[in-house]
Design a protein around this ligand. Structure first.
Ligand code: CAP
Ligand code: MG
Length: 433
């Protein structure tokens, strides 16, 4: 019978990837076809192949660009990709290959891109973050973390004036940064320009009174790149050192554009990851948050949300810890089925952000898992929901951090710190779902 397809030409268990190749780790499921055919299809469709043989093809020339599945079992596969397949400096184009059509192949029941190790030659086109984890020292002049942030809650609804007034109270309570929520951009009741101007005034006033450095994660997520650039420039012109962008919603092209601008303006990027769970949550299909976080580190964000283990958002403990370690390290070892070895060379370590359902009562268990030095925490409802209001809520978070740093139990510390006591009376050690 005439050979119709050539998937088996993309499989070679004896192949050893070259140092300068990209290696991707996939988890897959297939029924009715062999593992060899399944991994051959993945390698083919994510590099140069298609469903049928192509008689007119210049074989030697194309063979140089074939991806090769060189290791696999019935559930996991490693595929090596020649560097020539990839446009230098373009994450969008990388993802069209290793995270494109292959997710939709009928022959596969499920497919998950777990990680990809990127060689030095590929990484050299990326500059990484302006500050990364050094922001703790270089922006906030703090010897060690955590950087504290509070997102104004409810998510939407306040006018720019009310937003800025709450920002001022939160700053006075000792929090380093106020944060826009992921869906607060430029709305009729809270105009972007007005919010930037008024939060800058609140920041300046609070800095004068507290003698502390204050900043904000103002959300520059925009409908187009021109407006994105205008918003970043405005945040810069009002003296902020950070801006925030919804990185998954905005997409790789927008985040690479924002990263270029951050370099020009010497600014730090706070990466919110809203929408990631649409495809990171399943451990059988989609893309791991670990690999997404690696990509955004390489592109150049300074902080990125990775989950809390203890809070309201889903996320497996071992993946969150593996992600935190990857973000903070110059080089990481592989962890079977979870993470590939990666040397980041010149790409700075960046700050993991723990956020989502946090309040003073569960900060100690968070810090036990994350440590407090190289981390940013975001506490929204856990500040604005304090019985005595925003400033008291901010104080309660700061008191919980002080207690942890001094090795004192919260209940003990709360005896002499009423804001913490009131937070514990309301929430105790509740772990919000
Ligand atoms: C947290 C938050 C953040 C989540 C995002 C929210 O508010 O502002 O967007 O942390 O999830 O809208 O839920 P709370 P993740 O502090 O009031 O929970 O950090 O997992 O990306
Ligand atoms: Mg939010």
């Amino acid at each position: 019978m005439r050979k119709i397809d050539w998937y088996d030409e993309f499989v070679n268990r004896n192949y050893r990837p070259k140092k300068r190749e990209i290696v991707a780790l996939f988890r897959y499921g297939a029924t009715g076809i062999s593992s060899k055919e399944a991994v051959g299809r993945i390698a083919s469709e994510s590099s140069v192949g298609t469903w049928t043989t192509l008689p007119g093809m210049p074989v030697k020339q194309i063979n140089k660009l074939k991806a090769i599945a060189f290791w696999y079992n019935k559930e996991f596969a490693k595929i090596a990709y020649p560097l020539e397949l990839w446009e230098r400096g373009s994450i969008p184009q990388l993802m069209t290959g290793i995270a494109g059509n292959i997710f939709g192949m009928k022959a596969l029941k499920n497919l998950r891109l777990i990680d990809a190790s990127l060689p030095r030659e590929y990484l050299k086109e990326f500059k990484g973050a302006v500050y990364g984890k050094e922001a703790i020292k270089k922006i906030f002049k703090k010897r060690k973390g955590p950087i504290t942030a509070t997102v104004i809650k409810p998510k939407l609804g306040y006018t720019a004036e009310q937003h800025a007034k709450l920002a001022y109270e939160i700053y006075l309570g000792g929090i380093d940064c106020v944060k826009d929520d992921e869906n607060l951009t430029d709305l009729k009741f809270n105009r972007f320009n007005k919010r930037v101007e008024l939060v800058a005034k609140a920041r300046d006033k609070a800095e004068k009174e507290t003698k502390e450095i204050k900043d904000a994660f103002i959300n520059v997520t925009a409908p187009n790149l021109k407006e994105l650039e205008r918003r970043i420039r405005l945040v810069h012109d009002f003296g902020f050192r950070y801006f925030m962008i919804d990185v998954v919603i905005s997409g790789f092209t927008a985040v690479q554009t924002a990263a270029e601008l951050a370099k020009d303006y010497k600014m730090a990027i706070h990466a919110h990851r809203a929408m990631h769970a649409a495809f990171t949550r399943s451990n059988k299909h989609g893309i791991s948050m670990l690999f997404l976080a690696k990509l955004f580190r390489i592109i150049g964000v300074d902080n990125i949300h990775i989950g809390t283990i203890v809070g309201k958002m889903a996320g497996s403990e071992n993946e969150i810890i593996a992600m935190k370690e990857m973000l903070l390290s110059k080089k990481v070892k592989g962890i079977p089925k979870l993470r590939l070895e990666q040397n980041f060379y010149h790409i700075r370590p960046i700050l993991p952000v723990a956020s989502g359902g946090l309040h003073p009562g569960i900060l100690p268990v968070l810090f036990d898992a994350f440590g407090t030095t190289d981390i940013a925490i975001q506490v929204g409802g856990g500040v604005l929901g304090h019985p005595q209001g925003a400033e008291a809520g901010a104080k309660a978070v700061c008191q919980a951090i002080e207690a942890y740093h001094r090795g004192i139990k919260l209940e003990e510390y709360a005896k002499k710190h009423k804001e913490l006591r009131e937070a514990l009376e309301k929430w105790g050690t509740l772990r919000p779902m």
